[in-house]
Structures are given as C-alpha cells and as structure tokens.
Write a protein that binds this ligand. Sequence first.
Ligand SMILES: [Ca+2]
Ligand SMILES: [Ca+2]
Ligand SMILES: [Ca+2]
Ligand SMILES: [Ca+2]
Length: 226
Amino acid sequence: MNLRSASSCLGALCVLCALCGNAFGQNYDKRWLSGIFYGEGANFGDFNKDGKLDVVSGPYIYDGPEFTVKHEFMPREPSDPLHYSKNFFAYTSDFNKDGLTDILIIGFPGQETFWYENPGAKKDAAQGGWKQHLVLKVTDNESPVLINVVGDDAPELVCMSGGYIGYATPESSDPNQPWKFIPISPKGDYQRFTHGLGVGDINGDGKLDMIVPSAVGVAVLLNTAP
Ligand SMILES: [Ca+2]
Ligand SMILES: [Ca+2]
Ligand SMILES: [Ca+2]
Ligand SMILES: [Ca+2]
C-alpha cells in the first residue's frame, strides 16, 4: 500500500479506526502514528500474533489496537515530505512460512525491494532483529503489487523490470533467496517511473489478469494459464 497514491496524503501518517458498526461508519477515532515522514508505504498485519492487527509505516511497527507502542524493524531514515521517500510501498505476508507475518518494502522506483523476516520473540537487534532479504534488485513502475497470480498460494511481486512487464516469484525451496523475475511481455520502454499497473480478474474466469500501459494507451493482459 502506498499512502501518497491511496489518499494523496502528503506525509500525514495516521490511521483511522472505526468506532461504530454503522453501515457507513460515520464516526472515526484518529490516531497519529508519527509526525515525521519516513515513507509512503504502510500496511497492516498481526506481527506479534496477539490477534490484533498492527500497522507498519516507515521503519516502525505500531502495536494494535492502540498504536501507541512502536518497534523499529528496519533502519530509520527520515525523508523530506516535499519529496519522495525510499520507502514507497509496504506489503505483508508470511514469506518463509514460519507462522510469523513478515514485511516487504518496495523502495524508490527502480531500486531494490527487500523483505524483512519477523524474528518473533527475538526482537532485540542484538539477537539479529528483522533480517533483510533481497527480493528484486530493480523494481520498476510506480504501482507494483504483491498478490498471488500463479502457482501455489505464495504471492508474487507484479511489477516491471529491465523493460519488461512481469512478476517476481520466490524460490519455493529457499524463501531467503532473491526472487526470480518472469517477463510476460515483449521488451518495451517500461522504466522506473512508468505509471499504471493493475491486477484483477477482468474476464471472470477465476484467473488474475493485468491492465498495463501500452504505446498507444492501455492494454489488458489476460491470464491464459491452464
Ligand atoms: Ca498484533
Ligand atoms: Ca515469516
Ligand atoms: Ca503464487
Ligand atoms: Ca481472468
């Protein structure tokens, strides 16, 4: 999730918690997470396995449901709120299937994507902290998506890289290894700041398709996998 694109919210890192069960949720309790701009990326996950969703925003995890206690899981690097950060998107999943939700951070477009391994009870940095694993050296496009598009139930990183549209998929035998990028298009002029990339079942056949920019507008890539 990218806060800047999701809400056009420039540096305002906040979370809105619905307080009532009304169908339209008229009442919200606003909880400030930080007055410092660390990144556009934010997401949710139960990182401490207490049954309550926590928030990841910038280099911190904020424990739900109060979000007043925070834990640093990656190096802090405040950013200029008038410019972009190196923390563009945050996604969550259990990448090494150890039962603990991990975090994937997509940096500045065209740069590396890493996932951070949830150490569980061993949160002290001196004990290793959240270990960083390389996903992909070059993640292009300004709307990369972590979603399960092929194979088993592990998600892929749908993005562009090296001029191709495609997805990066983890090595099932060793989730700590860099992911393999699978191109699904001819080489084009796709680059780090290319806009537009969406994933969804456009034709209703149960397989996820893509919508992408093309030289003359927009194109749909229908998933024809058996
Ligand atoms: Ca939790
Ligand atoms: Ca895990
Ligand atoms: Ca998959
Ligand atoms: Ca489809």
